[in-house]
Design a protein around this ligand. Structure first.
Ligand code: ADP
Ligand code: MG
Length: 241
């Protein structure tokens, strides 16, 4: 069974079409990478999967269960983690408190149990010595690794990454990509929006090229990066690589 299925996703902002009949499915353990120019609807698509925004029509199924409902009737999708470009950490909380917040507040888990798990997760992302630091004392790469630990703390079935390294200084990109690669190796199901094409090629089981709210081409990385069917994709790749 597919872990995620998106059927005929459509969305407009004002009168402009942002998602134009998108269909995808992602199996357990699969890494789907989405590439495409700025403004093509990639972030909107991820936010609709996570129910941070609603579709005009179409459906999102996670583990076979419909999760999107309109009119603020949205279910909180706790089994889908999300990592944003700008980290979105709580500035008044330490790294440890950031990682503990959702399981304690949303899932009402016991603080002591969550604390142990949170420390282990911060150790996993290489930040055991930073657990009591506030975000303002962390580098961008460290902040993003806290954000990844925070997503993992909810024990998600899938994690969505929206350009997780775009806000980082170039020398900090590698440490974040390495953590994501490690998760992929462990079998985490992921959808990753990225402009890091070498990383995309390495990590992806499948790649989608999005433009103007549509999927222009979907294939294995070898095809998309070496022999895409669309000239448009070749041109895009020449510009970004
Ligand atoms: P990408 O992530 O591929 O750069 P986005 O999903 O952010 O694309 O944006 C797709 C289009 O939707 C863009 O034209 C953008 O200006 C527009 N858009 C995104 N968010 C909003 C919003 N909240 N209100 C109105 N328009 C938006
Ligand atoms: Mg975006």
């Amino acid at each position: 069974m597919n872990l995620i299925e998106v059927k005929n996703a459509n969305k407009k902002y004002n009168n402009s079409v942002v998602l134009n009949d998108i269909n995808i499915d992602v199996k357990k353990g699969e890494v789907l990478v989405i590439i495409g120019p700025s403004g093509s609807g990639k972030s909107t698509f991820l936010r609709c999967i996570n129910n941070l925004e609603s579709l005009d029509c179409g459906d999102v199924y996670i583990n076979g269960e419909k999760v999107n409902f309109k009119n603020n009737n949205s279910k909180s999708v706790t089994n889908v983690g999300m990592v944003f470009q700008n980290f979105n950490l709580f500035p008044h909380m330490t790294a440890l408190q950031n990682v503990m917040a959702a399981p304690v507040i949303v899932k009402k888990e016991k603080k002591e149990e969550v604390k142990e798990r949170a420390i282990n997760l911060l150790e996993k992302v290489g930040l055991k010595d930073k657990i009591n630091c506030y975000p303002s004392k962390l580098s961008g790469g460290q902040k993003q690794r806290v954000a990844i630990a925070r997503a993992l703390a909810m024990n998600p079935d899938i994690i969505l990454f929206d350009e997780p390294t775009s806000a980082l200084d170039p020398e900090l990109v590698g440490e974040v990509l390495n953590v994501i690669k490690e998760l992929a190796k462990e079998g985490m199901t992921m959808i990753v929006v990225t402009h890091e094409m070498g990383f995309a090629r390495e990590i992806a089981d499948r790649v989608i090229f999005m433009e103007d709210g549509k999927i222009l081409e979907e294939d294995i990385p070898e095809i998309i990066f070496s022999r895409p069917k669309h000239l448009r994709i070749k041109q895009f790749l020449q510009k970004v690589i």
